[in-house]
Design a protein around this ligand. Structure first.
Ligand SMILES: NC(=O)c1ccc[n+]([C@@H]2O[C@H](COP(=O)([O-])OP(=O)(O)OC[C@H]3O[C@@H](n4cnc5c(N)ncnc54)[C@H](O)[C@@H]3O)[C@@H](O)[C@H]2O)c1
Length: 366
């Protein structure tokens, strides 16, 4: 490493988002390497990390978000919101969730600014998507609980209990995409006593979850075969992903219309545009809406409501990668296509160009 840089950690501004990207132990790692860390006062409050804890690890604090965004590198959780677009600038390196395939306006703002934007969700290593996985784990665990809760008649659902009762069959849960989020959601639904069917284009995943007893039934992604399972489902959990690209539409509007009134859809894939035709992004303040008498829960930041667990898990995964990015910026390397191999796939927008192929294709920048 040559030189040091300032790393900024802003408070999140997305609706009811309470996570913080770096916790005090992660700040310690950067400070130990000689970097300055500027944390927005109160940024960790929602997750239970107090300002004094950041100070104790060597961070500086400011109340001014513009000052934090003035740092060389900004590490944050959620994609910049419109109120933050004005902070984007040419010599800024941004590291956070971006989900650009579903964010054309943000992409245009990043391109126009000339900044370097690195996405957590497209960073790849030999194990997959190491910076998406921790939040997919949290969201997947939450999805089964959230879906079960919304089946309650008090929340507009059909009044079906996941585990059924003596002589009454359990609820039918259909999970689309058995990756990190879907696999854990399927286990969660199974743990609540539901009858669980899994859909994936990757047959190996179907085998794995059938063999370990998570799934009662399984289906390849063939649309005509998925339709019958959607019609029968009390709860559909969407978690299909093609990294960087817009989510594949697996459930059509006609399939949604075929579901029983009061059935529930939790589409986690909404952050990439959703894998259900009738899905549109919702917020933690107003998480649901109804189409064809089916309750839709399409919150783009599900882990934001479990900030203590989610921040600790995210920060622990991010810090190892952030160290390489910050060191690269300090050495003047990042941006020239010479990033550290540990950052493979993360670069999305660099100096006015959309450099991630799937993102560029999804948004017509290819
Ligand atoms: N809403 C939220 O708050 C939230 C939080 C975390 C993750 N997510 C999202 O959840 C989604 C899943 O993330 P993940 O980490 O589990 O991804 P993953 O890559 O681990 O798994 C995705 C799975 O989808 C499968 N798939 C791809 N195309 C398919 C198709 N046409 N039909 C069926 N299956 C298909 C893949 O084979 C894979 O098994 C992503 O969009 C992610 O961004 C959302």
């Amino acid at each position: 490493m040559s030189g040091s840089v300032q790393v900024g950690v802003p408070a999140e501004v997305k609706d009811r988002e309470r996570r913080v990207a770096l916790t005090p132990p992660a700040v310690h790692v950067l400070v130990e390497r000689g970097h300055a860390v500027l944390v927005q006062a109160g940024a960790g409050d929602g997750a239970g990390f107090r300002d004094e804890e950041f100070l104790a690890e060597g961070a500086r604090l400011t109340r001014d978000p513009a000052e934090v965004w003035g740092s060389d590198v900004v590490v944050k959780v959620k994609e910049p919101q419109p109120s933050e677009y004005g902070y984007l600038r040419e010599d800024l390196t941004l590291f956070g969730y971006l989900h650009l395939a579903a964010e054309p306006d943000l992409t245009a703002a990043l391109v126009a600014s000339g900044c370097r934007a690195y996405a957590f969700e497209t960073l790849t290593d030999e194990h997959g998507l190491p910076l998406l996985a921790p939040m997919s784990e949290v969201a997947g665990r939450a999805a089964a609980i959230i879906g079960a809760a919304h089946l309650s008649a008090a929340l507009g659902g059909s009044g079906t209990l996941m585990g059924g009762a003596a002589g009454v069959p359990p609820a039918k849960v259909l999970v689309i995409g058995l990756g990190v989020a879907g696999g854990i959601a399927a286990r969660g639904a199974r743990g609540l006593g539901a009858h669980v069917t899994g859909v994936d284009v990757d047959l190996e995943r179907l085998y794995r979850y059938r063999l370990d007893g998570t799934l009662d039934a399984s289906q390849s992604g063939e649309p005509s075969l998925v339709a019958g399972h959607v019609r029968e489902a009390d709860l559909v959990i969407g978690a299909a992903l093609v990294p960087g690209a817009r989510a594949p539409e697996v459930v059509t509007e006609a399939m949604v219309a075929s579901m029983r009134p009061g059935s529930v859809i939790v589409d986690l894939a909404i952050d990439q545009g959703g894998c259900v035709a009738t899905a549109r992004p919702t917020s933690l303040s107003e998480p649901t809406y109804v189409v064809h008498d089916v309750v839709h829960y399409c919150v783009t930041n599900v882990p934001g409501q479990f900030p203590r667990t989610a921040s600790a898990a995210l920060s622990a995964a991010v810090i190892g990668k952030a160290v390489h990015l910050v060191d690269d910026v300090a050495a003047g390397r990042a941006g020239g296509g010479e990033e550290h191999p540990a950052l493979a796939g993360a670069a999305n927008v660099v100096a006015g160009r959309v450099v991630h192929e799937a993102v560029a294709e999804a948004l017509g920048y290819a």
